[in-house]
Design a protein around this ligand. Sequence first.
Ligand code: F6P
Length: 323
Amino acid sequence: MSNIAILCSGGDVSGMNPAIKHFVEYAKAKGLKPFLVYDGFEGLIDNKIVAATYKDVSGIINRGGTTIGSARSKRFMEASYRQKAKDNLDALAIDKLVVLGGDGSFRGLAKFYEEHGVAFAGVPSTIDNDIVGTDYCLGVDTALNIIRTSLDAIRDTASSFRRAFVVETMGRDCGYLALVSGLTSGAELCLIPEIPYDLCGYEQKFKKELAQGRRYFLAVVSEGIEQSSEEIATWFEERIGVESRVSVLGHIQRGGNPSSRDRLMAYRFVQFAMEGLLKGEKEKIVCYSNSQFNYKSITDVANREHHIEPALMALVQSTALHC
Ligand code: F6P
C-alpha cells in the first residue's frame, strides 16, 4: 500500500476542509494510506504527521479555515530543516504529498523536490487568486461572497448619510479581489495595483454627481495600491467635500463557510491531484484554465509574475470605474 500525505501552507482559505475530506475518502477508496500533516511545513519538520481516519474528516465540509492547521514556515527555506522533513516522511514510508497553498509554498516545495525527489501535487489555494497558470485558486469564491455581503451592508449605511466609504480588500500585490468586487458591487471607484490612477481625473465627475443629488460614494481599494486607504478617504474629504470613513475588511475575507463552488472545486482539484500522483506525475501544480483541469510543472508556475486576465482588465477599463 502506498502512503500519501496532505498539508496546508500559507494563508488558509475556505475550501481547505472539503479538500482534506475528499483527500482522505478518495485515498481510502483507492487503497492508499492517507496521512494528515498538522501545521504545514512546520509540522513536516516537527513530525506532526498522523494517519487519517474517517472520523478526522467527518463534519468538516461546512467549516472555513483548516482543521489540520497551516503555517508560513521560514524554517522550511533552510536545507537542514528540509532534510528533517524528508527523514520524517521516510520513517512513515510516505512518498506522495498533496499541498494546498500559494506561490510562496510552491517555491519551498520546488526546492524540496529538487533535493529529495518526493512526488507532490500542488493545489492553488489563496484568496489572492495570483498564481500563474490557473484561472482559479481555491477559496476565491467564498472570499468574494464575503466581500460582496460586506459591501452591500456598507452601501446600506453609506446611503443613510452623505458620505464616502473607502473599503480595503486583501490581495497582497494582486488587485483581483478588489477588481471583481468593485465591478460586482457597483462601486464608484476601484483602485488596484495593476492599473495606474490619478485621482484628479475623478474630481470633476464626482463633484458634478454630488451637485446632481448623489448622496454617497463607495470606493473599493486593494491593499496593494501605493496610497493608504486613509489617504483616499482624506482625498474625498478635501477634494470632493464629503465626510468619509474607512473600512478595512481584513481577515474576515479568509473565513466563513465555504461556498458551493469552493466545496466542488476542492473535490475536483484534489481528485485531479491524486489521479496525477497515481499516474506517476511527480512535480505538478493542478491548474484550472479555460474551464479545464490540467497539470503544470512547478517551474512554470512558481516564481513567475502573475497578470490578471486581460479580458477582465479590459472590462473594468471600459466601465465608469475607470477615468
Ligand atoms: O495571501 C493571502 C493573504 O490573506 C493576503 O491577501 C494578505 O496580504 C495576507 O495573506 C495576510 O497574511 P497574514 O494572515 O499572515 O496576516
